[in-house]
Ligand binder design. Structure first.
Ligand code: FES
Length: 87
């Protein structure tokens, strides 16, 4: 089980405990933490988050990402992680 520590996303700062078998987007939705998203397939880039610590497995995407950026719809935690919005 892994912890997702959320740093001020949509005004929420909290920790979730997850099994690591779904995308971060799906995990956040499970906890009613809704972030921007559209395609859910790594095409649109609307779900970009900043990975502040920890590691994820990142599936292929068409979106160019800067250092530390991940797509919530394509990334699955493999350790405890800390994330925030890109701003
Ligand atoms: S929802 Fe489109 S890239 Fe994640």
């Amino acid at each position: 089980m892994f912890r997702i520590e959320i740093d001020n996303i949509n005004g929420k700062t909290e920790s979730l405990y997850i099994y690591g078998d779904r995308s971060i987007l799906a995990e956040l939705e499970q906890y009613n933490i809704l972030i921007n998203h559209s395609c859910r397939q790594g095409h649109c880039g609307s779900c970009i988050l900043q990975l502040l610590s920890g590691d994820v497995i990142h599936q292929d995407s068409l979106v160019p990402l800067s250092q530390g950026e991940i797509l919530a719809c394509r990334a699955t935690p493999i350790t405890d992680i800390k994330i925030s919005s890109r701003d």
